[in-house]
Design a protein around this ligand. Structure first.
Ligand code: GTP
Ligand code: MG
Length: 195
């Protein structure tokens, strides 16, 4: 699928104020700094559509981007960012939880994992929560340009997921820097859009 149009629609502080158009929606979620916003830019082939930063905690709101006039990508704040107050952390957790529980347009969730990391409790806990809520998700491993044996790491990670949850989500190995794995994600989204 070609992305011939991508536009920023809105930044929303909570799910109630998100755009109310009912079109398929694909959120990007994961720990802070894993490269969620960079992936949005790679998919849209634009440098600064979603704001990125070397410092964790850049994305603070729910950002909707409309693609090809027909579906949304959503860039969310990261969870698990240690360097903020308890109140801010609680607010981000609430925003994320309420978004996933109430946003009926969500077709499929993309959970972004930094390919360099072994399974971390915070990600496994989030996965467990999604599974318990009956939410469908795929995994995107990010920053594969930073690791030589990325494919092996991803396979090991997914074995652990299978062992822990008896689930076999689809996964993608990507680099926003090298623009790798992006076409596969778009293909997968395309296959979900047609129902
Ligand atoms: P928050 O909004 O803070 O939750 O972060 P985020 O997950 O949106 O991450 P963001 O896209 O802002 O990227 C964080 C940092 O990782 C930036 O310095 C990016 O340049 C870098 N980065 C993102 N993707 C890649 C990648 O594929 N390869 C490399 N080498 N760096 C990347
Ligand atoms: Mg971000």
């Amino acid at each position: 699928m070609d992305v011939f149009k991508s536009e920023f629609i809105a930044s929303s502080p909570n799910v109630k104020t998100c755009p109310n158009e009912f079109i398929p929606e694909y959120p990007f979620i994961g720990r802070s700094n894993v490269g969620k916003s960079s992936l949005v830019n790679s998919i849209c082939n634009k440098k600064n559509l979603a704001k990125i930063s070397g410092k964790p905690g850049k994305t603070k709101l729910i950002n909707h981007f409309k693609i090809n006039n027909s579906w949304y990508l959503t860039d969310l704040p990261g969870y698990g960012y240690a360097n903020v107050s308890k109140t801010i952390k609680k607010n981000i957790d609430k925003l994320i939880t309420e978004y996933f529980l109430n946003r009926k347009q969500i077709k499929l969730i993309f959970l972004i994992i930094d390919i360099r990391h072994k399974p971390l409790d915070i990600d496994l806990n989030f996965m467990s929560w999604l599974i318990n809520q009956g939410k469908r998700f795929s995994v995107i491993f990010s920053k594969c340009d930073k690791l030589k044996n990325g494919k092996f790491n991803a396979q090991e990670y997914m074995l652990e997921v299978k062992k822990t949850f008896n689930e076999n989500p689809k996964y993608f190995i990507t680099s926003s820097k090298k623009k790798e794995g992006i076409e596969e994600i778009l293909k997968h989204i395309n296959s979900q859009n047609i129902l």
